[in-house]
Every structure is written in C-alpha cells, then in structure tokens.
Design a protein around this ligand. Structure first.
Ligand code: PFF
Length: 452
C-alpha cells in the first residue's frame, strides 16, 4: 500500500457524532457507571457527575476536537502542528504522544474485559443463566476469570473484531460500522429500559438514582465522578482528537460535542435505569455490588425473570456492541499515527499494533489467574497497574496539559477560526472554563488519584 497522503474526512455530516458517541459509550457507561453510582450513594454522585461533564468534560472535548480538526493529522501530528503555528516548544506534542500511548494501553486491557462480555453473551444466548442464584453466579464468574485460555479466546476474538473494522479505513470501515452499530445499540437499550419498567422495580431504581442525599457528597466521590466523566467521554486518549481530525470544516464543533456529551450521559443514565430496577426486583442482591454488578447480579436477575433469556442475551449483545465501538476508537489513533508517521500501509499497521496490544493483554488475562499473586508494579498486578496508570495518571495529566496548551499557549486566532461557527459569547465562555476551571479541577483529580 502506498503512503497515505490525504487525511480522510467523514463522508456524512453526522458521522462524527455517531463515531464519537460510539467511542464514548462503552463499558464505562454500562458496566462502570451503574456500579460506581451504587458504591457512591446514588443521586448525589449522579449530580456531581453531571456537573463535571458539563463544566470540565465538554470544554476539554471541544479543545481536543479542535486540535484534531485544525491539524488534520494523527494526534501527535495535530498537536505538533498547532504548537508550531503558535510558535511554542515542540515538546507540547507530548500531549499527542500520551494520547496514542494511553489508547494503546487501554486497548490492551479493555479488550480483555470486553471479552468477558462476549463470554456472557454466548452463555446468555444458550439460556445459560436460567435458575442462577448469587452463589452459582459468583462461582461462574470466578471460573471464567480462573481460566486463562477461555479469557484469551474471547480477548483474541474481540481484538480480531476491532481489526476487522479499522483495517478498512475511515470511511469504509469505521463510518460503515458506526452507522450500523449505533442505531442498533440505541434500539437494544430502549428495549431493555421498557423491559426494566415492565418487569423490574422501576420506582426503586428511579428513586435510587435520583434521590439526593447531601451526606453522600464527599471528596472521594467527587474524584471518582470527575475521573469517570473523563473516561466515559474518551478524553485525553487520542480517540476524540483522531475522530475530530476527520470532521468536515463546515460543522460546528460546539454543537457536535454537546450532542456527544448529551448522548453519552443519556446512555449512562438509561443503562442505570435499565439495570437497577432489574437488580431491585430480585431478592438477595444489592446495587452496591461493585464490579460484579453486571457479571454476577444481573445474570442472577435475568435467570429468574420472565423472558430473562431473551433480554439477558439482548443485554450482553448491547454491552458487546458498546465495547466494540470503543475499541475501534482506541485502535484508530494508533493506526493513524503509524501510517502517517512511518508511511506504513493500513493493513500492516493494524496487524502490528493489534498483535502488540494482544500480547500485552495476555498480561492482563494472567493477572486474574496464574499471575494473580504478582504485585511488582507499585504493589499492583499488570491489569490493575494499567487501569490505574491510564485512568488515574495519564488521563488527568493529558487533560491538564491539553487545557493549559489550548487555553493558555495556543494562538487565539487559530482557536477562534476553528470555532468560527460559535458566537463570541460562547467562545468566551468556553475559553474561560478551559483556562480557569479545568486546570485546577484536573490537578485535583490527578493528585487525588495518585495519593488516594
Ligand atoms: N469511553 C469508553 C467507555 O466509557 O467505556 C472508554 C474509552 C474508549 C476510553 C475510548 C477512551 C477511549 F479512547
């Protein structure tokens, strides 16, 4: 394949929204958000999360898309270009580097967890949850984690599915995939919501998620909420920057970003509203179950509810699709970087990066069984370390540097030009949030994340 000279552009106006929403909506929304809401008390946590999405997530996302679209290049190339044009040190391109590296690292372990969803999907389709109780569900989950070959099988399949899309390129691969996956995902989610309303204890779920108790407001909950706001919007990992670089020049970045943030939040809330009523309807399981909420409590609930086989299968298909559109967005920035920087063809770049991510992923697979005792990485195993390092260190640090770079360092005319569709007032509001609100908040989560 010859060197890619022209940077691709999405073929349809709305593709950025679909693709970025696909990146944003993932295990974070369906697996993590409901269980951290459960652990951190419900309504107060949800409120903090919403405030952080609006005041910090949205401005940083606009900055990230703006750098990508302005640069029309992979994350490293795009940040370098803006630094050059603003006549500042090329060292700022570390923001792009950190994004690509974080994307790669996350891809390696995210595919492992996504693999669990594939395993559960196959169990659900075969009607395997029928009659499960708390004990048998915990045993089933432990058995899965204890079996490295079974984990590797699903991890390999998941990376393969991701490559299958990314290898076809921006318009033929990614664009086609998100145009099919996203409507399907929304449809499944809606179906599950209706099911939860009919078969679950909907009022209790609603009350749990939205009843506000000031005693639940805490620093710890705030730092979890802010960290999650960033993770769920896929910020500071190159993904949104890469997708922004394919956005047509005529589109308003502000409108697109607000739509993505709103859809991502809506999906997280609806996922909670679909899961908690089902959990509350089943005696003996609770919403504060932690990471096992989705893999232990829910299968028990589905296994004991009317039409649970059908809806249990639909649920795990939903999780798989959501995770798939996210891993696609993790592989893409790495592939874009390698093809543009080294002039390597897309197929080769895909194969090499996917193989390396797969190999590193085996370290995460083994963290649950053979290497479970290993704690040589600051007291953590490989999986826990990668999760910690990307989410608690790289993500807030990348976000902080991005807010400082775009807010304080980059040339103002470049920013205004890229945000030409926005009014003066909107532009000023955005810049003020980025300059004065985002950096201190991100510094606090960075410190809280490292020291806590
Ligand atoms: N936003 C995704 C989720 O909530 O599951 C995770 C993610 C995808 C993070 C892509 C970062 C990324 F670049």
């Amino acid at each position: 394949m010859e060197r890619i000279k022209q940077h691709a552009i999405w073929g349809h106006k709305g593709t950025f929204v679909l693709a970025a929403t696909g990146s944003a909506v993932g295990l974070g929304n369906i697996w993590k958000f409901p269980y951290i809401t459960g652990e951190n008390g419900g309504g107060a946590f949800v409120l903090m999360y919403l405030v952080f999405i609006a005041l910090i997530g949205v401005p940083v996302m606009i900055a990230e898309v703006l750098i990508g679209r302005h640069g029309r290049a992979n994350p490293v190339g795009a940040v370098s270009k803006m630094a050059r044009q603003s006549r500042v040190s090329p060292l700022w391109s570390a923001i792009g580097w950190s994004g690509v590296i974080a994307a790669f690292l996350i891809l390696s372990f995210y595919s492992v967890v996504a693999g669990w969803a594939l395993d559960y999907m196959s169990t659900a389709i075969q009607g395997g949850f029928t009659g499960w109780n708390g004990d048998s569900a915990s045993t089933a989950f432990d058995e899965l984690l204890a079996d490295p070959l079974r984990l590797m099988l699903w991890q390999t399949l998941f990376i393969g599915m991701t490559v299958l899309v990314v290898v076809f390129g921006v318009t033929k691969g990614l664009e086609t995939a998100v145009r099919v996956l996203m409507p399907l995902l929304f449809l499944l989610l809606l179906m599950l919501l209706v099911y939860a309303a009919v078969a679950g204890d909907f009022m209790r779920g609603l009350q749990f998620m939205f009843s506000f108790n000031p005693a639940d407001l805490s620093w710890k909950a705030a730092s979890v909420a802010l960290g999650h706001a960033f993770f769920t919007l896929s910020l500071a990992m190159g993904a949104i920057m890469a997708y922004g670089s394919y956005m047509p020049g005529k589109t308003s970045i502000g409108k697109m970003v607000l739509t993505v943030a709103a859809l991502d939040t809506l999906v997280a809330l609806v996922a909670g509203l679909a899961m908690f009523p089902i959990v509350f309807a089943t005696p003996g399981i609770s919403p504060g179950e932690g990471p096992g909420l989705m893999f232990i409590s829910l299968p028990v609930a589905f296994g004991n509810m009317p039409a649970g086989v059908l809806f249990g299968a639909a649920f795990f298909i939903l999780v798989t699709l959501a995770a798939w559109s996210s891993t696609i967005s993790l592989l893409e920035p790495c592939v874009a970087y390698v093809t543009e920087r080294f002039g390597v063809g897309r197929v080769k770049a895909n194969m090499v990066i996917a193989a390396l991510a797969w190999l590193l992923g085996i370290g995460s697979v083994l963290s649950f069984n053979r290497w479970a005792e290993f704690s040589g990485l600051f007291g953590m195993n490989i999986f826990d370390f990668l999760d910690f390092f990307t989410q608690r260190v790289m993500l807030p640090l990348g976000g902080l540097l991005m807010a400082l770079f775009v807010g304080w360092v980059a040339k103002r005319e470049l920013l205004r030009h890229e945000l030409r569709q926005e009014s003066d007032g909107q532009f000023r509001l955005w810049l003020a949030l980025l300059k004065y609100v985002c950096p201190p908040a991100l510094l606090v989560i960075l410190l809280a994340g490292i020291l806590a």
